[in-house]
Design a protein. Structure first.
Length: 461
């Protein structure tokens, strides 16, 4: 039975060397073994509740072998345990795209999305946490404490919230309360770097620190997922987008208000101009006395015309902002209806420079969520089409993958397979340009040598 290269899917020769990558299969096997070793070490870290250490090891494991599904799924559970649901879902979505059949990550995501009550709680927790950060920046520490206490009541595993609350207590010289919150963090993650630094500081200031209380084991987390010894809660993308939609709605409301007010201001200024001109005509009968007044009126008219031009420009800008914000809401709606590609296409039409500062921030958050997901799906489909010889079908998907995501792990491969598709279809000029673009943009690309070889063959002809 022919052996397949685990990286590119090409056939191996009789000596176990990929005919495409020119790398021996033994190299990939060694990398896979090292990845599994790191996964096992990470698993041991989880068992002793060194979650920070586990995150570090598991990230190294999937960096060596992105297809180490067990490591990626466990990393998601660890992120979930420390109150980082978005990071958890990021790993599980990638895991699902790599292996859609018999993958535990699919069940994890389904169980979480079906528990709407806790999703709502955790959505409120994140809103309150973000508001607490605003209060801290405004030095309203008492208000921040109130918000953070509400956060941990909604999400008892949110380690970042505990650390920020402890810092607020230290600022207010409530050291016992600060120690209590830090001990809670260390009961969730025994080696939490921030909590340990705060503890060391408390000891240096003469505040004795007792050992933290061990976590009581539980059979299930809030969503029925495998527990790491302490239940974890999360919020989901839908809730995040609902929150973003509120922000966009506020921006649109302001733009609409400006759109309605500015025309009345323009009309008022024009009325003043007409009145000023009438006064000038009435005063022409007494030229010797009124010359200076006429000159003053003319200056007023010139100033008013300038104001009208300025207001007209502002009106156009607000109309543009309104249009761009409407497109952003439509993109959000399409994404929530599982129409990610249509949402991405609509986001392309938005000009970020035309948005207000607050709406630009929201646009960036939405784009960071939609574009990578669409790009990954497009790359996977394009690669499948290429592998099955459907080069015409592969081209639009690979173009979309590169257009939406130029700095991801698959971006260089998207350009490479796009160039190969053009090459296979004898579209040599497009192939040459695409090979060259890949080599210029990604000097350390995985298929650098192959691209150089194919480019030379085309240009020599």
């Amino acid at each position: 039975m022919a052996k397949i290269c685990p990286k590119c899917g090409e056939l191996l020769d009789t000596q176990g060397i990929c005919e495409h990558c020119h790398v021996a299969i033994e190299v990939y096997k060694k990398i896979g073994i090292e990845s599994k070793k790191l996964y096992n070490l990470g698993l041991k870290k989880v068992e002793i509740r060194d979650l920070s250490g586990a995150i570090d090891l598991l990230n190294k494991s999937i960096k060596l072998d992105k297809r180490n599904i067990k490591a990626r799924n466990l990393l998601g559970l660890v992120y979930l345990e420390i109150g980082e649901p978005i990071m958890a879902f990021k790993q599980w979505v990638i895991s699902k795209n790599l292996e859609a059949v018999d993958n535990e990550a699919v069940g994890y995501m389904d169980q979480i999305q079906n528990n709407q009550i806790h999703l709502d709680k955790l959505n409120n927790a994140i809103k309150k946490y973000n508001q607490a950060l605003v209060f801290v920046n405004q030095k309203s520490i008492d208000l921040a404490i109130i918000q953070l206490r509400a956060v941990i009541s909604l999400n008892p595993n949110f380690t970042k919230a505990y650390c920020l609350l402890a810092l607020c207590y230290i600022h207010e010289n409530q050291m016992d309360k600060a120690k209590s919150k830090l001990q809670k963090v260390l009961s969730i993650d025994h080696n939490h770097d921030t909590a340990r630094k705060y503890m060391i500081w408390l000891q240096s200031e003469g505040h004795p620190v007792e050992a933290f209380e061990e976590v009581k084991e539980k059979d299930q987390g809030y969503f029925g997922l495998p527990t790491l010894g302490h239940s974890a809660k999360v919020t989901m993308n839908n809730s995040m987008f609902q929150f973003s939609a509120v922000l966009v709605g506020v921006g649109i409301g302001l733009a609409v208000m400006a759109f309605l007010v500015l025309p009345s201001m323009l009309s008022s200024q024009k009325s003043k101009n007409i009145e000023a001109l009438n006064q000038v005509n009435a005063l022409e009968a007494n030229q010797s006395i009124l010359v200076s007044q006429v000159e003053s009126m003319e200056a007023t008219i010139l100033q008013t015309d300038t104001q009208i031009d300025t207001l007209s420009t502002e009106l156009e800008q607000n109309q543009l902002q309104l249009t761009q914000s409407e497109k952003m809401l439509m993109a959000l709606s399409l994404y929530e209806d599982d129409k990610a590609i249509e949402a991405a296409q609509l986001l392309e039409e938005i000009e970020p420079s035309a948005l207000s500062e607050s709406t630009s921030v929201t646009y960036a958050k939405i784009a960071q969520s939609i574009f990578p997901e669409v790009a990954l799906e497009a790359y996977n489909q394009g690669y499948r089409d290429y592998r099955n010889g459907r080069f015409e079908d592969a081209i639009p998907n690979l173009e979309r993958a590169y257009k939406y995501e130029k700095d991801n792990y698959f971006s260089d491969e998207a350009l490479y397979y796009l160039a190969r598709s053009y090459h296979r279809l004898n579209k040599n000029e497009l192939a040459i340009n695409t090979y060259q673009k890949m080599l210029d943009a990604y000097p350390n690309a995985n298929f650098k040598n192959d691209a150089t070889r194919f480019l030379k063959a085309l240009t020599d002809n």
